[in-house]
Design a protein around this ligand. Structure first.
Ligand SMILES: [Fe+2]
Ligand SMILES: [Fe+2]
Length: 481
């Protein structure tokens, strides 16, 4: 069997030869109905019968892995797809560096590995739940289709993690797989495991910010798990990253098109000052300061996903060879990190300072730094859009100390510039930095659906190119009456 190609003759498409892996096939088939119930209950609300122009993975060959066609989402072929096994792959970091990569779970790391897989797995269905209401207010059929594409792929990412749990962790893996369908984003009794995945995604600007900032955290986590010495996890994550790129494209271009439209409307109306919020909003577009506030919110929530800056868990994940650094194999050092330090931003005697910490315990901080650098490049591309229209305004990532709920800065307040302020000052100024209720109400008032092919809502520019090279008026979603 050519493992680049995916077997679609089985109920569960796969390139892991499930037909000869009876026990795992049985476990997955047992899980499947519960998954479909979950999808029908918690997936995109109101569009389950509609035909959506979706891509489905038919191969794991990076040069041509997807085909596009109309699909009803509950009939989407979610499958188990792993990047091809690399001959002679080794553990590339930590205590076991140089040993052959594990094809089975190393007993001593079993609990740790299961935890890593469950945490990653939990984020995938969570975002589908968070985004389930958005179809109703899509600014165009193109955007609606992109939302649904992201949703079905997050569903597939859940399958990817469930496969690992069921294949490699026996009974407790099956229990964890069931629990992944039981927890719900924002639920009081059984919430999702990480904070940002229990927040609401109330509007499309939030969705775009989420796919830019929070899916990018996902990318960083997948990148470091793709380095794992546990080879099946590595191969799974490598293929997930192929899909993930589209999610960040949706976020970056979504925010970019919003900015573009705002600037064009300001220019056309002769408004120079981006701070003339009422006048700008009256044009039916979202003012740049509000876009900045949304950015501040989603960036800070996403930073919390990296965990504490200094963490012995992170050190253990690395030492054991389970979770590496971003682009581990391209880094020129000893890949043991036992002798080196890394600068960590900390609160020392009421002051914010960079402090050298052992590199092993600072791995969350390091991954987060890589993430911030990646975000900053995207923000610069947004600033170029603003520059090209001639509007004078710059978007800026807030300081990593701003609005934090996890880590060194969880108990203090700082401004987006990173200046410490007391509680009273914070309470007075909060609405300058983060979306206020009035901002939310305004954005909500903009969220009128546009379902005519080729048309887009007032607040966002049309896309530059279609999906799968389709023309501008292509009917990406055939909405069922
Ligand atoms: Fe995902
Ligand atoms: Fe994603």
């Amino acid at each position: 069997m050519n493992l680049l190609n995916v077997d679609y003759t089985t109920k569960i498409p796969n390139n892991v030869n499930l037909t000869s892996d009876r026990q795992v096939l049985k476990a997955l088939e047992g899980w499947h109905p519960g998954y479909l119930d979950w999808w029908n209950d918690m997936g995109p609300e109101g569009f389950q019968e509609s035909l959506v122009y979706l891509r489905t993975a038919v191969s794991v060959d990076p040069k041509g892995w997807a085909k596009f066609d109309y699909v009803r989402m509950p009939e989407y072929r979610w499958g188990v797809l792993l990047a091809p096994q690399e001959e002679g792959r080794q553990v590339n970091f930590g205590e076991h560096k140089g040993q052959p990569a594990w094809q089975e779970v190393p007993g001593e790391y079993r609990a740790m590995l299961r935890r890593l897989i469950v945490i990653q797995g939990d984020t995938e269905p969570a975002s589908v739940e968070q985004q389930r209401h958005l179809g109703k207010t899509a600014p165009s059929l193109y955007d609606m289709r992109n939302l649904f594409q992201v949703n079905v792929e997050e569903g597939r990412h859940l399958w990817a993690m469930v496969y690992l749990l069921q294949k490699y962790f026996g009974r407790d893996g099956r229990e964890e797989a069931d629990d992944l369908l039981r927890r719900r984003s924002g639920d009081a009794d059984a919430p999702r495991m990480l904070g940002a995945f229990n927040e609401a995604t109330p509007d499309w600007l939030s969705f775009f910010m989420f796919t830019f900032f929070t899916d990018r955290d996902g990318k960083m986590q997948l990148e470091s798990l793709a380095q794992s010495g546990f080879d099946p996890l590595s191969r799974t994550c490598r293929f997930m990253l192929t899909e993930e790129a589209h999610h960040m494209f949706v976020g970056e271009t979504g925010v970019g098109r919003t900015i573009q439209r705002t600037c064009e409307a300001m220019k056309a109306a002769g408004i120079e000052d981006a701070g003339e919020i009422d006048k700008i909003r009256a044009l039916g577009v979202i003012d740049l300061p509000t876009i900045q506030k949304k950015m501040n919110l989603h960036f800070s929530l996403s930073l919390d996903l990296f965990g504490s800056e200094v963490s012995t868990n992170a050190a253990n994940f690395y030492n054991s060879g389970m979770k590496g650094r971003f682009q581990e194999t391209k880094i020129d050092d000893d890949h043991h990190l036992t002798e080196t330090t890394y600068p960590v931003l900390k609160l020392v005697d009421g002051q914010i300072k960079l402090v050298d910490e052992p590199a092993l315990t600072a791995l969350n901080m390091r991954l987060r730094d890589d993430y911030v650098a990646d975000c900053a490049k995207g923000v610069e591309r947004w600033n170029k859009i603003i520059d090209r229209t001639g509007v004078k305004f710059r978007l800026e990532l807030p300081a990593t100390t701003f609005h934090r709920q996890i880590g060194e800065f969880r108990d203090v307040n700082t401004t987006p510039k990173g200046v410490l302020v007391d509680d009273a000052t914070w309470a007075k100024t909060r609405d300058q930095y983060l979306p206020s209720r009035a901002d939310g109400d305004f954005i909500e008032s903009m969220m009128r659906p546009e379902v005519e092919p080729g048309k887009v809502a007032s607040w966002i520019a049309p896309p530059k190119v279609g999906i799968d090279n389709k023309p501008g008026d292509f009917e990406y979603v055939k909405i069922a009456a």
